[in-house]
Ligand binder design. Sequence first.
Ligand code: MSP
Length: 524
Amino acid sequence: MAETFFITTAIDYTNGAPHIGHAYEKVLADVLARYHRLTGEEVFFLTGVDQHGQKVQQSAEKQAVAPQTFVDGVTEKFVALWEKLGVQYDRWAATTNPLHKECVRNILQRLMDEGHLYKATRAGHYSVRQEQFLTDKERGEDGQFGPEWGEVVFLEEENYLFRLAEHRDWLLNLLDQRPHLIQPDFRRAELRNAVEKLSGDLTISRPKSRLTWGIEFPFDADFVTYVWFDALVNYISFAPGYNPAPQAQLSEFERWWPALHVIGKDILIPAHGVYWLIMLKALGFPDAAMPTLLVHGWWNIAGAKMSKSLGNSVDPSILADQYGSEALRYYLMSDIATGRDADFNEERLIQRFNADLANSLGNLLNRSLNMAHKYRHGALRATTSTELLTLTRDALSIDRVAPEYRAHFDQHAVHAALERVFALVTACNQFIDTQKPWTVAKHPELADRLDAILYLLAEALRISAILLSPVLPSAARGIFDQLGLQGPLRIEDAHWGVLPDGHTLSRPVPLFPRIEPQEPTTKA
Ligand code: MSP
């Protein structure tokens, strides 16, 4: 049976419209999912929306609509965006889905039955924006709670708490024993420091008197579930075959789990790195079933955080309309190193498209096919001559490309994998310039050499198309069409010698028309 790969993203909060940061994360996960499909693995890609919580309740109140109506409207924007950007998920995790609510309630009941929850009165400062109680650790050097917490109020109320602190040593040990669970490594170090300071339990209920827009507690109708406790559960409530009953048969679930969770740097500590891992532990997940957290960086605007209040957020839907969804996917995947931050810049998007896709790749495709048609009516000849193989296959180390690309992908370094493919494309363009096929074509005694050159170019384009397909699925298909190829793109074919002797190429069609810079669509 094929190996399985279960990948998730953060579920996007439905308090506002999608921006470029959301798009980056979903495209990154989509690219990883497509890469794993390309390798023949069975893939389950889960993404969705986080629909509960106080901020949603407040936004809905402001607009005088029911919270469900409000989140349905925002959810539609996310769904439409993923469709536009070719984000191909297998299941949609919306936290108002009754199946999810049922799962959260069953989990709460089970944790209560097994002694992981208790009720207590807590008095303290509460951040309305972050929907959480604050401790002195959250105070700045001046002793005040910083602006990131928004409005802070003093509250005294009874709530349900989840026993978090008792798992501190277990978690520290897990991070030491299984360092690869948190990627990149510098994030594991940050998390470890935070866990060392862990004290106190987590308030996981909110009294209905101040928040109704949440999942009601199964054993106490006066409370709803804290939005993070609800949202994190999506990773299992929507997973294939999960059932929270203590003695449930989980063979289908275990075929997929553990997942790779793709998340942004802001939600590692404490949400995923502390709460989620401890929730799984409390639910009886063994250490070997702990998920991997791939923590990506942020896109900023001119070095500053994107934010509603600064009015600098970038609408990915407008960009996709303006430049095409593959241009946007390419930019988002090539201009950031996974794990690091980057600056979003619309001119850069245009530059990268023109340089890499229009000039390098588009040009290679166009000139290779044109020459094949001009000199050989599109028909290829495969050579067995050692001399010609040395001139072509070996000179460009073509069979090293896919393994090196895979090594980058296995580290989630999509930008580096792309660079590897473009190094081949550049090498091919240089090869044409130095070999001058138009001169070779004038010498009938060099006919074999011309055939070998044309075959090399077609093979390089075929291999490039396969390897670019996770990022550029429709362009890759377009290249295949022009090469006269049908059938699935598979990584196992990304090596020399697949095109048969006598294969006929189709006609070239420009795939990447240059973008002529004009007024940027977004202020950057
Ligand atoms: N709803 C929570 C996640 C719950 S997961 C169980 C949430 N939502 S969010 O809408 O605020 O963010 C969704 C994802 O987008 C997060 O992983 C976050 O890090 C990411 N990004 C938000 N802004 C971003 C950038 N500017 N750049 C890159 N990613 C960013 O957190």
